[in-house]
Design a protein around this ligand. Structure first.
Ligand code: NOJ
Ligand code: CA
Length: 519
């Protein structure tokens, strides 16, 4: 297990929208470097950057046309090196995004693979050999001279790279361990070596559960994802021999597959918005935070939800993971509705109190720490509804919210006046200052890190749980509802509280309240 991970407090940066360092209206690497002081002050010690490589941006950079170049909108390779150096000097690790499920259709590998004549790249992508073939409606045909169609992943402009099939049943489908697939794996390793040698601390892997075809990402039965497990163990096994202390994170949403079978360090439990499918929303997030359609999610004022399903789910996960890695419930991502949407500041702080104290790797999506709300009226770079979560960081209340000097910004800035770093730094009870306090406490008490033990005492309103490292035990009460509830407890010290009154051993939890006590 990578040592620094249990204490990691991650921050996700969407580079287009963090800070515009050169004043052209679009966020960039020098801008991210410039803002290191803010992150240090916030208390985070690791960042993940969404893709910054050369791209036509048909899917916000998740369509890479050259893995070895930085897109000019973000700057240069030297800017990335500088960013990594400066962040390291400030004690912050840097994780890059690796998109290996597909490339852009503008990538030279793909262009060469469209040729009728066999060449080095013919097997880099999954091509059927006749225009009459079908594969889950995802074969794109008729665009190139090569016979047959290519398999797409998410958008048609994202041809799937070829890692083979679980059980091939057509001549054009290769078995996942076929020797012909090895050159592509070598390419991936070399790309990663390039960035690890530069100093990157690891990667977040896009679509990690969709590499080998014919396997279902959510099949965690004994025979499920055998090909993906073979693929990732081969890749990560090689890297782990060559590099120490690097971290590999999966975008999978199934730690039983990603962490246990494939060897990732941790997995995200995300994707609970209407843009993703029912199963992920209902099983994994169990109406915890964002069930905006049903309105009975746990973190809502009406107090109709329960945390029980989520807690059962997480307890089962930890049993199966059995120390092999971790889970993380990020506050959001570039794919989700903003966590603060339709919520009061107090409720947002209550959510943070939970996400930063329950047993998981802390992960904050940029701007959630000031409660940026979703903008439902924008779409750019293939983002559709997701674009609303990618709007510029709100540094000030002035021009372009302090994000850029340019007359306009690439994505529109939100207008809500006081939702900014500038305003919230001045208010001791702001979301930002509450998040800072939560991070500080989390760092101070090792029982709150991802290794600390966890025991739930209640899962309603309030939810009550204890974290312990054997020496210190911290008890947390969470009450997102409008009900006032009382509990009794003898404790040693109050660490932090909101909307709570304490008299002797009586703890009166008001609306949208939380309290952390040392017991
Ligand atoms: C997941 C990424 O997070 C998302 O933004 C992207 O559109 C898809 N993978 C496809 O790469
Ligand atoms: Ca710029």
């Amino acid at each position: 297990m990578v040592g620094w991970l249990k204490n990691a407090i991650f921050y996700q940066i969407y580079p287009v929208s963090f800070f515009d360092g050169n004043g052209d209206g679009i966020g960039d690497l020098i801008g991210i470097t410039e803002k290191v002081g803010y992150l240090k002050d916030l208390g985070v010690n690791a960042v993940w950057l969404n893709p910054v490589y050369k791209s036509p941006f048909k899917d916000a950079g998740y369509d890479i046309s050259d893995y070895y170049s930085i897109d000019k909108r973000f700057g240069t390779m030297d800017d990335l090196k500088e960013l990594i150096d400066v962040y390291h000097k400030n004690g912050i690790k840097v994780i890059l995004d690796m998109v290996f499920g597909h490339t852009s259709n503008k990538h030279k590998w793909f262009i060469k693979s469209t040729s009728k004549k066999r060449n080095k790249y013919s097997d880099y992508y999954i091509w059927s050999d006749s225009n009459f073939d079908e594969y889950e409606g995802k074969l794109i045909k008729g665009l190139y001279y090569r016979d047959g169609g290519y398999l797409m992943n998410y958008y048609a402009s994202q041809p799937a790279l070829n890692y083979g099939f679980h059980s091939p049943d057509k001549p054009w489908q290769l078995k996942y361990d076929d020797e012909r697939l090895k050159p592509l794996r070598e390419e991936l390793l070399n790309i990663m070596r390039f960035y690890l040698d530069m100093g990157a601390d690891g990667f977040r892997f896009d679509l990690a559960g969709h590499m080998v075809k014919g396997e279902k990402w959510d099949d965690d039965s004994e025979n499920g994802n055998i090909g993906n497990a073979w693929f990732w163990n081969t890749i990560l096994g090689t890297l782990r021999k060559e590099y120490k202390d690097k971290v590999y994170i999966s975008e999978w949403v199934n730690p039983k597959n990603s962490v246990v079978k494939c060897g990732f360090d941790f997995d995200f439990l995300t994707h609970d918005t209407p843009v993703f499918n029912e199963l992920v929303r209902n099983e994994i997030n169990t109406n915890l935070i964002r069930e905006i359609e049903l309105g009975d999610n746990y973190f809502s004022e009406n107090g109709k939800g329960t945390m029980k399903n989520f807690v059962d789910y997480v307890e089962d996960l930890y049993n199966v993971i059995d120390g092999k890695g971790y889970i993380s419930s990020p506050t959001g991502s570039h794919d989700e509705i903003r966590i603060g949407t339709f919520k009061s500041d107090d409720l947002i702080k209550t959510i943070f109190a939970f996400l930063l104290t329950y047993k998981n790797i802390a992960f904050i999506y940029y701007g959630d720490e000031i409660g940026i709300r979703h903008n439902f009226n924008v779409s750019r770079d293939g983002g559709s509804i997701r674009t609303g979560t990618r709007t510029p960081m709100q540094w000030t209340n002035g021009k372009n919210r302090g994000f850029s000097e340019h007359r306009g910004t690439y994505l529109p800035t939100n207008k809500d006046k006081n939702c900014s770093v500038e305003s919230q730094l001045k208010d001791k009870n702001s979301i930002l200052n509450t998040v800072k306090k939560l991070i500080k406490i989390r760092k101070e008490y090792s029982c709150l890190n991802a290794d600390g033990e966890q025991r739930f005492l209640e899962t309603g309103y309030p939810a009550v749980y204890e974290r312990t490292d054997g020496k210190t035990t911290i008890r947390v009460y969470i009450n997102p509802s409008n009900k006032t509830v009382e509990r009794f407890c003898n404790f040693k010290e109050i660490l932090l509280m909101q909307n709570t009154e304490i008299n002797g051993d009586k703890i009166a939890l008001g609306k949208q309240s939380f309290v952390m006590i040392k017991v």
